[in-house]
Design a protein around this ligand. Structure first.
Ligand code: CU
Length: 457
């Protein structure tokens, strides 16, 4: 393996061993416990490589699969056994503000040896995930994430329901995490920390056994710091949800997933194995193989997938919030306000490690981009005036995406990938009170200035 940057690698050989069964807490009594601690984990197989030192929830990468039913209350005791502060954010959940897990905004960091109980109702079904929300650029890159699945009675019947958490790790030549590059100003001002080793559920090209001719729900989650994945499922496949939210059922084998985004597919397997490939980064790279095996278990009948009832986007906007994104390498940001003073970009980068600004300002959690009255309909009018892609994530709400020509995309999202130069409006009803972060989910961009807070009262 080479450590050449920015080119993804994957295990090309078909693995001989089936994937380790995923740990789930679903059959035990709540409150569940998620303990953040350090352990070792093998990312690259083979005698020439070593175990990597990872930071995990409950000693596994990813953390345990949390699976609950819509309407249930999730109750999780978070114990921090790391030697720095941490917290848990429940990505995509329209949460109670105090449970949103943003360290320094909705709660103090949970300090080493400390604990915090997260307890909140789950009113939306779909595919979500949880991850650290303190020093995310380091903590998420080291493995502090896991899936959160909310089931609904009306979910289509399937034989297998598979969560596939995809990550790219930046590894040194011996298969351990490349420590020296953490905090690299280059990454912060360019495309973020891009890895060189692809894993699915913490394993390199795992094989998962599934029944021949079965119907499978595949829940794809991009857990990478900054990598945009293209995923291809060479089978009879239907996209049914994005970011947990139902979209019109579409026959397709491909999806692009920016960091933090999710996509749900229904796949009707035949008698052959199916290998899902990563196709967006000079590959293709095999990501995971579904091995079709004989099974005695009766299969579900493959019912026609129901189209969702679309929620109509609002026609009247109460508050428009312009958000002009600038900065990064090859950008047009010359100076920005930081700590109350206008400072040149060179000083911002070299002294403060800031490289990006919203509306000419690099804000702290206490300065709010906008104050919104509860119930108002809001349009955040974003202009990505940079040479980089950005995966913008709004906490506590799901938004419609209005393109520059005024049309809306199907369905709502919690994370939207802005291409270079793109303008689009994130439209939502501010029905959830609190202080809500809006930020780039390319985690180095967030750390280097791409974040703001919206206050809803
Ligand atoms: Cu970004």
């Amino acid at each position: 393996m080479t450590s050449r940057r920015n080119f993804l690698k994957a295990c090309l050989a078909t693995p001989l061993l089936a994937a380790t069964p995923r740990l789930t807490l679903a059959n035990t009594q709540m409150p569940w416990t998620l303990t953040a601690s350090k352990t070792t984990h093998r990312l690259v197989p083979g005698d020439d490589y070593q175990d990597a030192s990872v930071w995990t929830f409950n000693q596994t990468v990813p953390g345990p699969e949390l699976r609950v039913k819509k309407g249930e209350t999730l109750s999780v005791d978070f114990l921090n056994q790391l030697d720095e502060g941490s917290s848990i954010h429940w990505h995509g959940i329209r949460n109670i503000n105090a449970m949103d897990g943003v360290a320094g905004l909705t709660q103090p960091e949970v300090m080493p040896g400390g604990q915090f109980r997260y307890q909140f109702p789950l009113n939306d079904s779909g595919t979500y995930w949880y991850h650290s929300h303190a020093k995310t650029w380091s903590q998420v890159a080291r493995g502090l994430y896991g899936p959160l699945i909310v089931e609904d009675e009306s979910d289509p019947a399937v034989d297998h329901d598979l969560v596939l958490m995809i990550d790219d790790w930046l590894l040194a030549n011996d298969g351990t995490i490349d420590e020296a590059s953490f905090g690299s100003l280059h990454d912060w001002a360019h495309g973020g920390r891009l890895g060189n080793w692809l894993t699915v559920n913490g394993e390199s090209h795992p094989t998962i056994e599934v029944a021949k001719n079965s119907r499978i729900r595949i829940r794809l989650i991009n857990a990478a710091n900054a990598r945009i994945f293209g995923l291809n499922i060479p089978a009879t496949a239907f996209l049914i949800a994005e970011d947990g939210y139902p979209v019109p059922v579409k026959s397709t084998q491909d999806v692009v997933l920016a960091p933090a985004q999710r996509a749900d597919f229904i796949v009707d397997l035949g008698t052959d194995d199916v290998t899902i490939f990563e196709t967006g980064n000079n590959g293709p790279y095999p990501a995971v193989t579904l091995k079709a095996v004989d099974s005695d278990k009766p299969l579900v009948s493959k019912e026609v997938l129901r189209q969702p009832q679309p929620e109509t986007p609002p026609t009247m906007i109460d508050v428009s919030i312009p958000l002009h994104m600038q900065g990064g390498a090859m950008g047009n940001l010359r100076e920005a306000t930081f700590d109350g003073e206008l400072r040149p970009i060179r000083e911002l980068a070299q002294t403060h490690k800031k490289a990006w600004a919203f509306n000419g300002k690099i804000s702290h959690h206490h300065d709010h981009l906008a104050k919104i009255n509860i119930g108002q309909t809001v349009s955040i009018e974003i202009w990505n005036d940079t040479r980089w892609n950005h995966a913008m994530h709004l906490h506590g709400h799901h938004f419609w995406i209005q393109k520059e020509d005024g049309t809306f995309l199907d369905g709502k999202r919690d994370t939207y990938l802005f291409g270079r130069g793109e303008k689009a409006n994130l439209v939502f009803v501010a029905d959830n009170p609190g202080l809500w972060l809006i930020h780039c989910h390319m985690l180095e961009h967030h750390a280097a200035g791409m974040a703001a807070v919206i206050e809803i009262t």
